[in-house]
Design a protein around this ligand. Sequence first.
Ligand code: FES
Length: 146
Amino acid sequence: MNRKDFIKTCGGACLGVIGLGLLVESCKPMQYAQGTIVNNQLQINKSNFIISKEDKISYRRSVIVKSENLDFPIVVYRFSETEYSALLLKCSHQGSELSANGDILTCASHGSEFSNKGIPLQGPADQNLQSFKVTTDETNIFIQLT
Ligand code: FES
């Protein structure tokens, strides 16, 4: 095998592995959490992100938070122990509810897609999603609603 064929083969294999990883991530069932609103802060426990399996602990990438006081759910992404983002699952195009597929948020109404930072990746939406300031302590995540 010459160098060019080797690069083509390895590059294709790498893309396949990356694509499979993204597919597996998007097929994982979403975790839902019930949030509590106190003083205009939506609070959830960090334990909602923990996956405990055979003495191994790993973390979910995202959790969807619902509260009876919210018109739309909020998706919370975990980037590290102290770094989270919170986005309203309301499309910035015409206000339909979005669904979370791994790190991509999609709108079934007209096909817009957003990143896990709320940035439009595909139109017709051209505005960022509403995001919220997030703070944490040892055990909780606090989402400032206004
Ligand atoms: S309402 Fe979401 S793309 Fe139109």
